[in-house]
Ligand binder design. Structure first.
Ligand code: NAD
Ligand code: UDP
Length: 310
């Protein structure tokens, strides 16, 4: 199997590189390092089945095909990152998806899009099923990401209908684990860095907003299950174990044993009030569900950040 992964030097992309290499794939990783790092793939240097191409996917990609699988994971993914790179995010979801798809069309590869729970915006239905069409504030600060991913799903399905492109669409819910970037603003690396440094944890608003956190190992299993399945329609991949952000903060304090307190800051505009995947489709069609307890995943992730900061 020859597989191209865009965003392969990022958090999820680099874990996918490892997972697919373990299954005998030859990997071409394409990344412009805007939010990722070669640190995440440094251990693969010298692996004859792995190559890295530094390239911005909003520009045509000249990597030679054919490929069996093309996985489009490039995109800034944290609210802070896409706030900092709004136009790059829009272009990576739109032009980047078009350019990446060209590669799969040439060689007849299966194309997988990393979509997101953000296509549901600030959801009015709970939990979110794949047939919910979402509630996105079109001109709000998060829309650069949400609308780029919605467009990416639309263009993916248009190519499927028009050119019979073989497609998979993963709607990924909040995922965490080693190789997230410290300072990327996402809640788990932020709370962990603060706890390790003995600083107060910054909870936005009262912390009553909810999220459902999936460990990366479960996520990668789910993504692989979808990749090798025959399911064309979008599939939610995430952990339905929902919790308020304030509870997550308390859990990080407990696991780390930090003496830090909690500092409440303003809730950012458009921050979704609740999020929880309905994973019936993944359970029924992929026979997949997450298995890692949050406490276990958080403990492993904390060790990773502790080592990194040392
Ligand atoms: P990440 O920031 O760690 O990884 C994204 C990677 O894409 C980075 O290495 C970055 O340098 C690269 N990239 C961005 N724009 C690019 C461009 N124009 N050309 C080439 N490379 C580019 O984020 P992540 O959490 O690993 O997210 C990976 C994918 O999964 C993203 O598409 C994201 O939208 C999606 N996703 C992630 C989550 C999550 O909780 N981690 C949730 C929903 C969706
Ligand atoms: N959050 C927080 N403090 C932080 C960072 C994030 O309270 O320092 C909250 C944020 O408001 C959101 C949740 O944690 O409600 C998850 O935020 P993250 O940026 O990780 O992901 P997303 O908002 O995209 O789900």
């Amino acid at each position: 199997m020859r597989t191209l992964i865009t965003g392969g030097a990022g958090f999820l992309g680099s874990h996918l590189c490892d997972y697919l290499l373990d299954r005998g794939h030859t990997i071409v990783c394409v990344d412009n390092l805007i939010t990722g790092s070669t640190h995440n793939i440094a251990h693969l240097a010298g692996n004859k089945n792995f190559s890295f191409v530094e390239h911005d996917v909003t520009e045509p990609i000249s990597v030679k095909g054919p490929f069996d699988y093309v996985l489009h994971f490039a995109s800034p993914a944290s609210p802070m990152d896409y706030g900092k790179y709004p136009l790059e995010t829009l272009m990576t979801g739109s032009l980047g998806t078009r350019n990446t798809r060209e590669l799969s069309l040439e060689g007849g590869a299966r194309f997988m899009l990393a979509s997101t729970s953000e296509v549901y915006g600030d959801p009015l239905e709970h939990p979110q099923r794949e047939d919910y069409h979402g509630n996105v504030d079109i001109t709000g600060p998060r829309a650069v990401y949400d609308e780029a991913k919605r467009f990416a799903e639309t263009i993916t399905m248009a190519y499927h209908r028009k050119h019979r492109l073989d497609v998979r669409i993963a709607r990924i819910f909040n995922t965490y684990g080693p190789r997230m970037r410290l300072g990327d603003g996402r809640v788990i690396p932020t709370f962990m860095e603060q706890a390790i440094n003995g600083e107060d944890l910054t909870v936005f608003g009262r912390g009553t907003q909810t999220r459902s956190f999936c460990y990366y190992r479960d996520m990668v299993e789910g993504l692989y299950g979808l990749l090798i399945s025959d399911v064309i329609e979008p599939v939610n991949i995430g952990d339905p174990n929902e919790m308020p952000v304030i509870e997550l903060a308390m859990m990080v304090l407990e696991i780390s044993g930090a003496g830090s307190g909690i500092k409440h800051l303003d809730l950012p505009k458009g921050d979704p009030k609740m999020r929880k995947p309905d994973i019936s489709r993944a359970k029924n069609l992929l026979a997949w569900e997450p298995l890692t307890p949050l406490e276990e995943g958080l403990t492993e992730t904390l060790s990773y950040f502790q080592e990194l900061l040392e």
